[in-house]
Each structure stands twice: as C-alpha cells, then as structure tokens.
Design a protein around this ligand. Sequence first.
Ligand code: ATP
Ligand code: MG
Length: 270
Amino acid sequence: MLARNETFLPGAQAFEATGLTLDYRTSKGTLRAVENVSFSCAEGERLVLLGRSGCGKSSILKAVAGFLPVAGGEILVKGRRIDGAGPDRIVVFQEFDQLLPWKTVRENVAFPLRVAGRIGKAEARERAAEALRKVGLERAIDAYPHTLSGGMKQRAAIARALVTGADVLLMDEPFAALDALTRRRLQEDLLRLAENERFTLLFVTHSIEEAILIGTRLHLLSAHPGRTIATFDTAEFDLSNAGNARFDGVVKEVNQLLFAETNDEDADHV
Ligand SMILES: Nc1ncnc2c1ncn2[C@@H]1O[C@H](COP(=O)(O)OP(=O)(O)OP(=O)(O)O)[C@@H](O)[C@H]1O
Ligand SMILES: [Mg+2]
C-alpha cells in the first residue's frame, strides 16, 4: 500500500460539501440534479448518501470525485477546494465490468500503480498481490475478469482502489447487483477493511439497511432534485446489531421520511 496511514488524522476533516448544487445541460435546457446540499465527513468516517432513484446520489459522488463540475457551492477535500479528479480520491462503481478484460486480476489491480509511474513492475505486482490477499482474492490472482463471479469482480475493484493508497474511497452502489448472501459478506469485509486500512468512505446506496450498516453517518436526500431531508448518526450499528430494535427503529424512521415527501407514482424505487 502507499502511505495512507501516515496522513491519517482521526477527527480531521476528510471532505466536505457546502451548498452543493449540480446541474446537467440537456437539449431541453438545464436540469437541476442536486440543490443546496451540505455535508462533511471526518477522516476514518463513513458517510452514506441515501435516497430514491434519480435523487442525485451518483451525481454527488461524481462531483466529489471531480468528474462533474459544481454549479453552486463548493467541495473541499482536506480543506482544499477540489479542481477535478485527484489521487486522493478513488471510485468503485456498481458495474461488474470495471476491470480490463485482457488483463489478469493482478494486472488490473497493479495497473493504476503502473499508470501513476511511481513504482517499478515487480513492486506493483507485489502490492497488487497484497491488496488481493486483503480482499480474499489471492486464489484468483491470475484469473481473467470474465471467469469471476460478480462478487469477486467487486472484490477486485476494491483491491484496485485500495492499492492506490487514496485517502477517500467513493463507492456507488458497489453491492447492488449481488445476491443477498454475497452482498452481506462484502459489506462485512468492507467494514473490516475500512477499520484496518483506515480509509474514509463516501458510499451511495438506495438500501436503507445497507446505509445504516455501512455508514457512521447517513445523509438522506429528497426525490429529484436532491435536497437534504435529514441526517442520522449511525455509528453504533454494525453486523452484530443489525436488525435489533434500535436498528429497526431507524429503518422505520428513514422509511417514513422518504415516503412522506414522495409523489406516489414511483415510490417503489427507494
Ligand atoms: N449525464 C446526464 N445528463 C443529463 N441528466 C442526467 C445525467 N446524469 C444524471 N442525470 C439526471 O440527474 C438526476 C440525478 O441522477 P443521478 O444518476 O445522480 O441519480 P441517482 O440518485 O444516482 O439515481 P439511481 O439511484 O437510479 O442511481 C436524474 O434526474 C438524472 O436523470
Ligand atoms: Mg446512481
């Protein structure tokens, strides 16, 4: 791994958005995706954006990644206003085809290190192997992506993110297309990795349970255009107490808030 831990300062601000407004230009004019959303996340914390389909979760994640310019407000990473993408942030997407099909799993994971050009081939291969061990993929190290299950592909994508040493991992519904059991295993592993590797996480989901489980803080967004409805402190919840009465109480409260502001026609997207 690169030297993530040396710069880790628990309690210091990892990233924050103030009055974030995001627009898309379309053939019909300007489409406002997100309006006046503010949040902050300290180092080592896990901020989850939750809201129904189309509320702007992915747009916010892309803006924090630096792929989408802001129309209003600002995004700071470690106190500095971002100007495009940077090596301090790395994205893991939902899609299973994030890996280059002509490269082995190890080569895929080593690839960002080679592109960055900072280390030699042998060291990149060794770091890739280490990251793959951390996500439990050592046995598939020489496999090609098309031979992997969806869960294994997501593990490889997480290893590729880890190996860069980026301080902030940005994950856009990385487990949404997995079966329930695989999803639970990956959630468990992600929480363990976040603890051991000390990264800060911005995680997007439309699963209420997953949001409460993964996040230390939950930011609830309204339907399109996304505005803040509420925030919840969910640091007390993990796999050991998922489903207990307090957990279920938060699930219920979030549900009520989401549906209270919903026009009924597509409420089932949440
Ligand atoms: N490239 C684009 N051009 C124009 N409009 C876009 C573009 N990407 C997203 N939008 C619009 O912006 C709004 C927010 O989209 P976004 O993908 O951020 O939502 P989301 O919360 O991630 O939804 P989902 O849960 O379905 O992934 C939607 O109305 C969407 O149609
Ligand atoms: Mg999305």
